[in-house]
Design a binder for this molecule. Sequence first.
Ligand SMILES: Cc1cc2nc3c(=O)[nH]c(=O)nc-3n(C[C@H](O)[C@H](O)[C@H](O)COP(=O)(O)OP(=O)(O)OC[C@H]3O[C@@H](n4cnc5c(N)ncnc54)[C@H](O)[C@@H]3O)c2cc1C
Length: 365
Amino acid sequence: MPGKAAEVAVVGAGAAGLAIAWQLAKQGHPPYVFDARGAGEGAMTASAGMLSPAYEAEFEELSLLRAMLTSRQRYPEWAAELGDIGYRPSGTYELALMPEDVPYVQRRVAFEQAQGLTVEWLEGAALRKRLPHISPRIPAGSFAPDEGHIVPEYLRDRLVEAAQKLGAVFHSHTPIMRVECTGSTYYLHGPAGVYEAEVVILCVGVPTEGLELPFRVYPVRGQMVAIEAPAPDWLPAPVRYFNRMMGYGYAVPKPGYIILGGTAEEKGLDPSLTVGGLLDILRRAYFVFPDLYESRILRTWAGLRPATEARVPLFYKVPGQRLYYVNGLYRNGILLAPLVGEGVTRWVLEGQLPDLLHPFSVERL
Ligand SMILES: Cc1cc2nc3c(=O)[nH]c(=O)nc-3n(C[C@H](O)[C@H](O)[C@H](O)COP(=O)(O)OP(=O)(O)OC[C@H]3O[C@@H](n4cnc5c(N)ncnc54)[C@H](O)[C@@H]3O)c2cc1C
């Protein structure tokens, strides 16, 4: 109801906002949660749900790797507490598609092992024993056994239920277009009126047009295809693949289907599917798994990943105020959700951004 006061308002019910809302509710501070669309209808449910720190961090991103590893370790407990989020600790494969790609994939393994991660190098024959449906042309790859994946829609539903059960109130289809502060009260301007709150956490990912943020968010479009799985358990774990010419792609098993992704395109707010994008995704997948040729396409979609200029997360508290910004989760918001939910809740309630998130605070950046 517009005008009604909440202690905490969370703006944006995506991967970050839902994780924060649940944690705040668990600590006895159930927030009001606003979303311009339905909960999770931004990047969250467009995602593949991979929990893959080993293959996500680039060579120079050690702080991000540490944050991702810690967050991934929280998933078994989150799954036990939340219920069915489709959590599978399956491990993840990364394949070199051509002999010339082997040095790059090998170099990544050396980097991951140097960081203390368990990653196995597998030559073609050993790889095919684990992944019998990959093409005989694939020369080698690696396996990170500690990784996993979840079903983003399940995670969204469980987080909403858990937060609601503890008193959080959801306002869907309520875009917040402006936040003003008078004294110690924030006024959130929505289409049907103004909401009041004492603390505001803005985690809007790619913001709706018209909402001004004090930093720039770069939308990075990802196109995706869901196809029928040829048989149950046909794909035992997410498989990521790299080729210098064809680029990067992945196949991720879900209950009864397989997600093929994903492009990374800077096209502003345009959520279109394109001939080129789908062609790239399907050509790569067909190269890796020739048996998929006859698989039926079930669904196609595109989502916008929220990236900062430096492509790292961003945590910002306006000095002297109780207004927080959480953004820039880019390709890893599902993986980072536990750390972000728990860390931001501590930041808001205890005044301290946890050490693992500190490298991404605006002051630090
Ligand atoms: C194709 C694709 C594949 C991906 N795969 C993975 C993966 O395998 N693993 C992984 O960890 N991550 C993955 N990601 C990234 C992950 O989805 C994002 O990092 C994550 O969703 C970002 O969380 P967020 O809460 O910041 O933004 P979002 O999840 O986008 O949530 C932001 C919410 O804010 C709302 N909002 C915007 N403006 C307003 C406003 N003015 N008022 C109210 N509400 C507003 C939006 O409607 C949205 O629901 C993928 C993303 C894409 C697009």
